[in-house]
Design a protein around this ligand. Structure first.
Ligand code: NDP
Ligand code: 2IT
Length: 452
């Protein structure tokens, strides 16, 4: 079946198929998971739901021309993949990173459909971004790039059409500049983006939401599976961006001991526990290298990327009880999974989108590791984005406590739904299949009800 779908897709696509390999990776996992559902309910086949779901509604591609600080003209490519709006307006982040291409955004947009469906909220799936590299750019250059990007993007988005947010390389600063440009072009002050700074319509807790949500999900999963708390346990986290930082913050708040973090250049291992205030200062305020952690803590260890184990990553070589990959896709390989399992790790929660390779995921499942897949575990970010849309639409401002409570409740509900779905389909404990089936079912039923 997977092969048939792939063949069909190849026919559709005149694009470079190598780019799409990451999209096929995401799609293949879902197709395997939902096979029993497709077999048991003929409606999904007769309505060609899968064939329709794996093709985006549209891909918008545009040129972004901007002037750098040396008055030199720069050209990048911008994209928005509007994948599926059966459940609500297109919703999903923007990624600014040199590796961005259509294949990466199709993978992320496809995952987003099922993730957003799992939240139970009225949001469809989308993703966008650019191959623009924010590293080393001045604030002014970031602003000029964001303005130029929005000059094109504004034609395709709106509070009831498509609501972008942040992802890698896009945080509150970028969302602020994008919002400012949208407002200027359209003369309309509306909730067209989420992750805005609080002073002009952002939700409290949106910065924390993904990371806190990952921890709430993990606590619920571990309680359900093992009756074990995370407090007092050694945890390893990769990344040092938005998701990693707030995962570490919540883990520390509940008494876990986080001993690692990383960036694209290397890993920090601090056996006494990561000093998060310092990490925030280095990565969020100064946008510098995590290596600078050693300037303050000489006893900590820094492992540069060049010294990583062959085919693996240094973070996953460190013994832990629970692991939290929070950097990027395919950052946790088969080698890493073997190391984690050999070192006694019992739980893996994906903060990043699809950080585990298929081989690593397979090892976790076959070794009965409590494995929380991204589309379930990191759904807290987009859930709070939807809360921001609600607040904007009703001109309200919710308190931090209210958002936190609703986030916790949402993550607990997702975890329970995933668990029960897996049980219903005879794969108890397999949260990958549970998430894919539950996420697919809600979108598929809406697509059937809405007709072709
Ligand atoms: P950020 O840009 O804030 O941070 C990304 C972090 O990951 C940085 O520390 C970066 O290092 C590091 N990183 C990037 N690539 C690599 C790599 N190849 N190897 C090691 N480290 C790397 O992004 P976010 O924290 O927002 O996103 C992280 C992940 O979480 C992504 O997969 C994203 O799609 C996902 N996600 C994000 C959500 C959100 O609300 N922001 C919601 C749900 C999922 P450096 O500083 O050197 O660039
Ligand atoms: O991957 C994700 O869920 C995000 N980057 C957040 C999307 C959003 O719309 O808040």
């Amino acid at each position: 079946m997977v092969e048939t779908i792939k063949d069909e897709l190849m026919k559709f696509e005149n694009s470079n198929c190598a780019e799409d390999s990451i999209f096929f990776q995401a799609m293949e996992e879902v197709i395997y998971s939902i096979s029993p559902l497709l077999e048991s309910d003929p409606r999904y086949k007769s309505h060609a739901i899968l064939e329709r779901l794996v093709v985006p509604d549209r891909i918008i591609e545009f040129k972004v021309t901007w002037l750098d600080d040396n008055n030199k003209i720069q050209v990048n490519t911008g994209y928005r993949v509007q994948f599926n709006n059966a459940l609500g307006p297109y919703k999903g982040g923007l990624r600014f990173h040199p590796t961005v291409n259509k294949g990466v955004l199709k993978f992320l947009g496809f995952e987003q459909i099922l993730k957003n469906s799992l939240t139970g909220l009225p949001i469809g799936g989308a993703k966008g971004g650019s191959d623009f590299n924010p590293k080393g750019k001045s604030d002014f250059e970031i602003m000029k790039f964001c303005s130029a990007f929005m000059t094109e993007l504004h034609k395709y988005i709106g509070p009831r059409v498509d609501v972008p947010a942040g992802d890698i390389g896009v945080g509150a600063r970028e969302i602020g500049y994008l919002f400012g440009e949208y407002k200027k072009i359209t003369s309309s002050y509306e909730g067209v983006l989420t992750g805005k700074p609080f002073m002009f319509g952002g939700s409290l807790m949106r910065p924390e939401a993904t990371g806190y949500g990952v921890v709430y999900f993990t606590e619920t999963m571990l309680e359900q599976e093992l009756k074990e708390p995370l407090s007092g346990k050694i945890c390893t986290v990769s990344g040092a961006g938005n998701v990693a930082i707030y995962t570490i913050e919540k883990l520390q708040a509940i008494g876990a001991i986080v001993v690692t973090c990383s960036d694209s250049q290397g890993t920090i291992y601090d056996s006494r526990g990561i000093d998060l205030k310092l990490v925030k200062e280095i990565k969020l305020e100064r946008r510098a290298s995590i290596k600078e952690y050693l300037d303050v803590y000489k006893e900590a260890t820094y492992i540069p990327v060049s010294e990583y184990p062959e085919g693996g990553h240094a973070v996953w070589n460190i013994p832990c009880y629970a692991a939290f990959p929070c950097a990027t896709q395919n950052e946790l390989t088969e080698v890493d999974a073997k190391n984690l399992i050999a070192n006694g790790c019992i739980s893996v929660s994906e903060g990043a989108n699809m950080p585990s390779t298929p081989e690593a995921t397979e090892l976790f499942l076959s070794n009965k590791i409590c494995f929380a897949p991204a589309k379930a575990a990191n759904a807290g970010g987009v859930a709070v984005s939807e809360f921001e849309m609600s607040q904007n639409a009703s001109m309200q401002k919710w308190s931090f406590e209210k958002v936190d409570e609703k986030l916790k409740e949402t993550m607990q509900q997702i975890c329970k739904r995933v668990f029960l779905t897996a049980k219903d389909y005879g794969v108890e404990g397999n949260y990958v299949d549970g998430a894919n089936i539950a996420g697919f079912k809600r979108v598929a039923d809406a697509m059937i009800a809405e007709g072709i």
